[in-house]
Design a protein around this ligand. Structure first.
Ligand code: AMP
Ligand code: FE
Ligand code: FE
Ligand code: ZN
Length: 292
């Protein structure tokens, strides 16, 4: 089984990269991609764990982008982590994410909720990328809501009373950077949360010209009808179809490791394309086992 989209607590998952890889092995995965939001900070630890637990690691990033005013998550696989342009863009995104956190906490305090930076730091713990999911966890701890979903619905979602916008990379520019960094770009949950409005077949065609290689069709955000339609669009556009859990540990209910999977042949094509583009990043294969 191959699962190409997971998060550790380096971003907004709840397991360390090591625990995540151990969990992936226990779930029976042969290949797992670590795709923390806007960072490669978990790659090294995950690579060491992959060797230990006998899982093949595909290093990845889920990049926060914007297309026609709407947020779109872009999965980048096997890119060069040292590529200057991509690194600079990720730094800018992470900075924007961090800058807005104090502003959102202030809005919550205006609403009479004692959301302080100290309390947030306790909740976020070892995370290097603090974002809305951690503010949601704080609201849970304060007894204001019962879970992350309720926190987004009532306070933190776009248009919510504590929402503050942040910088995201232009999608076409991000595609260019990923390809230049030798990576392979796949749009995460293209028709989940809002992005269906802008990602029609024509847009997907244009993005394919800009360097897009695949669509994450099999994701819990998509129902059966959406999957059928997205699969047809991917076919006509010559794009890979992937499937993944978008696992966030206990931070996202129902997204168990391996609940959605990617075909081995598609994964091999992604690996081959990154190699063709000259990326120095390759899957980390455990000593005990060769290719899945
Ligand atoms: P941020 O990057 O700080 O804007 O937070 C975005 C992250 O919050 C996403 O990657 C999801 O993991 C999570 N998220 C976004 N919207 C929701 C929602 N409606 N319910 C639960 N989690 C969400
Ligand atoms: Fe997330
Ligand atoms: Fe996402
Ligand atoms: Zn994700």
């Amino acid at each position: 089984m191959i699962d190409l989209h997971t998060h550790s607590l380096v971003s907004d998952g709840t397991a360390t990269p090591t625990e995540l890889i151990a969990d992936a092995a226990a779930a029976g995965l042969e290949v797992v991609a670590l795709t923390d939001h806007d960072t490669t900070a978990g790659w090294d630890e995950a690579a060491r764990a992959a060797r230990t637990y006998g899982v093949t690691l595909t290093p990845g990033i889920e990049i926060s982008t914007r297309y026609r005013g709407v947020g779109v998550h872009l999965l980048a696989y096997l890119s060069d982590p040292e590529h200057a342009g991509l690194r600079a863009e990720l730094t800018r995104i992470v900075q924007g994410r961090e800058d807005r956190v104090p502003k959102m906490l202030a809005r919550l305090r205006d609403l009479g909720i004692p959301a302080t930076e100290t309390a947030l730091a306790e909740v976020a713990g070892a995370s290097t990328i603090t974002g809305r999911p951690h503010i949601a966890d704080l609201l849970v701890r304060l007894g204001v809501v019962t879970g992350r979903d309720e926190a987004f619905a009532r306070f933190l979602g776009e248009g919510g009373p504590a929402y503050v916008g942040r910088y995201a990379a232009d999608l076409a520019m991000a595609l260019g950077l990923v390809v230049d960094a030798g990576g392979v770009a796949v749009i995460a949950h293209p028709w989940g949360r809002g992005s269906a409005k802008v990602l029609d077949e024509q847009a997907i065609g244009e993005l394919t010209e800009a360097g897009l290689s695949g669509l994450e069709v099999d994701h819990l955000d998509h129902d059966t009808a959406q999957r059928t339609e997205l699969r047809a669009i991917a076919d006509r556009s010559g794009l890979f179809v992937t499937g993944s859990s978008d696992h966030h540990g206990t931070g996202k209910v129902g997204h168990d490791l391996g609940c959605e999977t990617t075909e081995p042949d598609v994964w091999r094509q992604i690996v081959a394309l990154a190699a063709e583009r000259g990326s120095p990043t390759v899957p980390i294969e455990p000593e005990s086992r060769r290719r899945a």
